[in-house]
Design a protein around this ligand. Structure first.
Ligand SMILES: C[S@@+](CC[C@H](N)C(=O)[O-])C[C@H]1O[C@@H](n2cnc3c(N)ncnc32)[C@H](O)[C@@H]1O
Length: 231
């Protein structure tokens, strides 16, 4: 299975967002020629969009199956932070009903993608025009609204779920969103994200559940579900 209208530009963004999908040759090139040439030159040449499309779909389906076993994904108001090309959200849309998605992302590609912890939150790998078209080409029934983190007023309604895979507190500090979350979360809102410091969140939320552990990623992390702010 795969996504519709998956072109070379989308394949390139997906590789930036999920470096594990880069073919081994491209990973070697990155090591040898450095991040700048990898980001701006080689990823424009050495990509097989069909293979990346299939692999991205499969990876997002696995993410979906994992989450769907833990939380109800029907009829929900879902906020996605740093959702990349929204592969997961599009699969949730396809296999469920009645959902509304608000997507917060950045609208640029860093000149030299480094990965890892980014104190200033300057790294980004998305293009919101391409994302908008990709969502419209692939969505089935949910409503999607995209927000540019750097320019737009963020949505102020409450959400049932907040999902941020390998973005919030994986690449940049959770505290960037903390005050905003306090405004939009109810005691029922479940926040799911990947972090390198799960213990820290026990002082912020009443409920913190570790749902998986990832040792082979850029830095080893745990995926957690948090609920009910106490701080
Ligand atoms: C490693 S990618 C993960 C993408 C997607 N969640 C996935 O699992 O495939 C991290 C994403 O976070 C985005 N990002 C970086 N800073 C952000 C911020 N402050 N708010 C929202 N998204 C951000 C980047 O543009 C990038 O698309």
């Amino acid at each position: 299975m795969s996504f519709s209208n998956f072109n070379n530009e989308i394949a390139r963004l997906v590789i930036f967002q999920r470096i594990e999908l880069a073919p081994p040759l491209l990973k070697k090139i990155r090591k040898f020629f450095g991040r700048y040439l990898f980001t701006n030159f080689f990823t424009k040449l050495f990509l097989n969009k069909n293979k990346i499309n299939n692999a991205y779909y499969e990876l997002m389906l696995q993410e979906y199956i994992f989450l769907d076993n833990l939380i109800d994904l029907n009829n929900k108001n879902i906020l996605s932070i740093g959702s990349g090309m929204c592969g997961l959200e599009l699969i949730i849309d396809k296999l469920n009903y009645g959902n509304q998605f608000s997507i917060i992302e950045k609208n640029y590609i860093s000149k030299k993608i480094k990965y890892g912890w980014d104190d200033k939150n300057l790294e980004a790998y998305n293009n919101l025009n391409i994302l908008k078209k990709f969502i419209n080409d692939n969505k089935t029934k949910s409503i999607f609204t995209i927000y540019n983190f750097d320019k737009d007023t963020l949505p102020k309604n409450s959400f049932d779920k907040i999902i941020s895979l390998y973005s919030l507190d994986y690449h940049y500090d959770f505290n960037l969103y903390k005050d905003y979350f306090k405004e939009i979360c109810t005691n029922q809102t479940e926040i799911i994200f990947d972090t390198i410091r799960p213990e820290y969140f026990k002082s912020i939320f009443r409920y913190v559940d570790v749902i998986s552990e990832h040792l082979n990623t850029i830095h080893s992390s745990k995926r957690i579900i948090c609920k009910e702010f106490i701080l």
